[in-house]
Design a protein around this ligand. Structure first.
Ligand SMILES: [Zn+2]
Length: 690
């Protein structure tokens, strides 16, 4: 045995341990106190795990002041503090199946049992833990986790969170109970909030948790009140005798729900390892697909497991900073930090010029990311994102990866501001930014190579001309062979019949079928024709509304060239200035009018508009008001659904209102509806009726 190398290793370990402690303390401070992290959660977890491992191997260097022995954050100056009667610890982490197996074995060893200890699995919400104290059912105090023993008193701030009950529901309430849970932001609330911050030149947060923490730890509750915070309950802390009959954690959760708290829909009781891993994979899959079991998307960074039996929980107790009876199996972080090397412009189907970040390739939850969207010019400027910066990249669900923010502390000297180009990189025509719009566009449409292929694919698609046998692959090929140069050429493909039949993958029969489908598609409804043009912002619903208003394409084109007629459109409920601008820009461009003419010359006939038939249903012809926050769908979605059922959606309640659909925290409109005796539907009832 080589004694020298052994002591060498030991020395190296000691140095590394000290190094890691300093690094982790630094990141703790950035994360918990300043709410501006410099590294992603995964990178942090890796440092932490390395330190834990070294301290286990070299127990002589263990120390009480090591971050592995401490919980969370220091108390922020300016806050009153209070002690937790029951410590509020953080959870140990598992990163692999082996870690989870070890967790189970540890429990079995400790309790000297061989059975699988029944576990409750819950989403690990990426927010800020908080303890709420209820005296006779009334919220009297709210504390942050703090260092686990002493937390910050954030009572006034928490009172502003819309779904934290000020009073618990129920007839017999405990004299005292502490409900613990997570303050968080739903994804869409976070995105909207961050965009608002950026626009105002204020701090942009890297993730929903930092935003939630930064919002609730405000000295002025009025600031907190303006932030879109929400709350999920997850456990009891201290509870009085009246709840001592509860045997299981899953029963606790039921009571918490009955008290009026929202719980994530994911709670599951598990009886063996197989189910545990299956459940984990399912949650991971759902997160990827953006499926939150009927709720709006929120940030989850893993699955929490707790021993269900409360007596066993008590017996298992705690080690250092974490309970023995619970663990968090973490997901790979959806974020990473990397260098932004360059910014390019991509022209999309509708001509939108999107800046794309070229990144130093980086692994984000298992996928190497080297490109990410920067959305638009304002997004870059508001966040002061420069070429050469270190940035946070995020890949959440199936959404395209995006640059979230820069890491300002990591900015080097020679970063470069990005100047948005003046010309389309594909056709060199000027890029135009319409008033009130964030995006630059190339307005060349079918005449811009970057837009032509995708425009044509859209043109033949189901919702437009609906031509069988022509899709992306065929369009690409026909363009390459020079059979088509614009949409009108599709209707003269008959001229290439023989050549087509001799192409690989095309038989006589399939060419025959394709040409027949092209022939049949020539008679097209007005809404479909409008969709086929690919006008920015004009989707199926608006195309339908436009058709109903103008009845013919000529009327629409005429109106767009006439200042008085143009304004008439704005008086319609469905159309705003942006949509009008987009229509005007399209129908006043000579090239676009020529394309329409060419289509008509090629035999396209636009049929006279016929309003769609609506099947009889309870909403048809009714006037409906939406109020409060809908949990399972966006308001626009609800509006469109109602419209498609023939309902009129109005903004205010009057005696003419037939129904009011009331979401969470509905206010004055709901009151007025009650006064007027109008039928009120909950979100659930509404969905059932749909
Ligand atoms: Zn172009």
């Amino acid at each position: 045995m080589d004694l020298f190398s052994h002591s060498d290793d030991k020395q190296k370990a000691e140095t590394r341990i000290l190094e890691l402690r300093v690094q982790i303390e630094h990141h703790n401070k950035r994360y918990h106190e300043d709410e501006s992290p410099e590294i992603s959660d995964t990178e942090y977890d890796m440092l932490f795990a390395e330190l834990q491992k070294l301290e286990q191997e070299y127990p002589e260097y263990k120390a009480a002041e090591s971050p592995t022995q401490k919980v969370g954050a220091q108390v922020k100056e300016g806050f009153k503090t209070a002690e937790h009667q029951l410590p509020m610890l953080s959870l140990g982490n598992a990163f692999s199946r082996e870690d989870m197996e070890e967790f189970i074995q540890r429990i079995q060893r400790y309790l000297n049992m061989s059975d699988f200890p029944e576990l409750v699995a819950e989403h690990k919400i990426d927010g800020l833990s908080c303890a709420l104290h209820y005296q006779n059912g009334v919220l009297v105090k709210a504390l942050t986790r703090g260092d686990g023993k002493i937390g910050e008193d954030i009572t006034e701030n928490v009172k502003t969170i819309h779904n934290v009950p000020q009073k618990l529901k129920g007839d017999t309430l405990p004299e005292f109970v502490e409900v613990r849970g997570e303050i968080h932001m739903y994804r869409e609330d976070f995105d909207a909030f961050n965009a608002k911050q950026a626009k105002a030149g204020k701090k942009v947060f890297a993730n929903p948790r930092n935003a939630a923490a930064g919002s609730v730890r405000q000295l002025n509750p009025e600031v907190t009140a303006e932030r879109p915070l929400s709350f999920f309950g997850y456990a009891f802390g201290v509870k009085d005798e009246s709840l001592s009959h509860l045997k299981n954690h899953s029963e606790e959760l039921e009571i918490i729900k009955d008290f009026g708290f929202r719980l994530p829909e994911s709670v599951k009781v598990l009886k063996n390892l197989d189910d545990l891993f299956k459940n984990y994979e399912q949650i991971l899959k759902n997160r990827k697909a953006g499926d939150y079991l009927g709720q709006k998307a929120y940030a989850i960074d893993g699955v929490v497991y707790k021993v269900n039996d409360l007596t066993l929980q008590k017996r298992l107790g705690f080690v250092a900073r974490a309970p023995r009876w619970a663990i968090a199996h973490k997901f790979p972080s959806e974020q990473a930090t990397t260098r932004l090397n360059a910014i390019d412009i991509q022209i999309g189907r509708t001509g939108v010029a999107t800046p794309v970040a070229r990144l130093e390739p980086v692994n984000v939850s298992g996928v190497v990311v080297s490109n990410a969207t920067l959305h638009n010019e304002d997004y870059i400027n508001e966040r002061d994102i420069r070429i050469g910066d270190t940035v946070f990249v995020e890949r959440a669900g199936d959404v395209i990866p995006k640059v979230v923010s820069v890491v300002p502390q990591m900015r080097l000297d020679h970063t470069q501001k990005f100047v948005f180009p003046k010309h389309c990189p594909s056709c060199q025509s000027p890029l135009v930014r319409l008033e009130g719009e964030a995006a630059y566009r190339c307005e060349n449409h079918f005449a811009c190579p970057a837009q032509l292929e995708e425009s044509l694919v859209h043109f033949v698609s189901k919702q437009a001309f609906d031509i069988d046998g022509v899709g992306e692959k065929q369009i690409k090929l026909f363009l390459e062979l020079g059979f088509i140069k614009n949409p009108a050429d599709i209707f003269t493909l008959l001229n290439y019949k023989e050549k087509l039949e001799n192409l690989e993958g095309f038989g006589e029969k399939s060419v025959q079928k394709m040409l027949q489908s092209i022939e049949e598609s020539k008679h097209i409804s007005l809404p479909r024709f409008i969709i086929s043009l690919g006008i920015p912002l004009i989707g199926a619903q608006l195309a339908e509304d436009l058709s109903a208003f103008y009845l013919s394409l000529d009327n629409l084109i005429d109106a767009m060239a006439d200042d008085v007629k143009k304004q008439e459109l704005l008086n319609q409920d469905a159309f705003g200035q942006k949509i009008l601008d987009s229509l005007c820009a399209y129908f006043t461009q000579e090239q676009n009018l020529q394309i329409i003419k060419a289509l008509q010359n090629a035999g396209v006939v636009i049929e006279a508009y016929e309003p769609p038939q609506i099947e009889d249903n309870i909403f048809n012809g009714k006037t409906i008001v939406l109020t409060g926050t809908l949990v399972t769908m966006k308001r626009d979605e609800a509006k469109n659904m109602l419209k498609s059922k023939g309902a009129k959606v109005s903004g205010s309640v009057s005696s003419k209102t037939d129904f009011v659909i009331a979401g969470e925290s509905a206010g004055s409109k709901l009151k007025k509806a009650e006064e007027l005796g109008i039928a009120i539907l909950t979100e659930e009832e509404f969905k059932k009726l749909l």
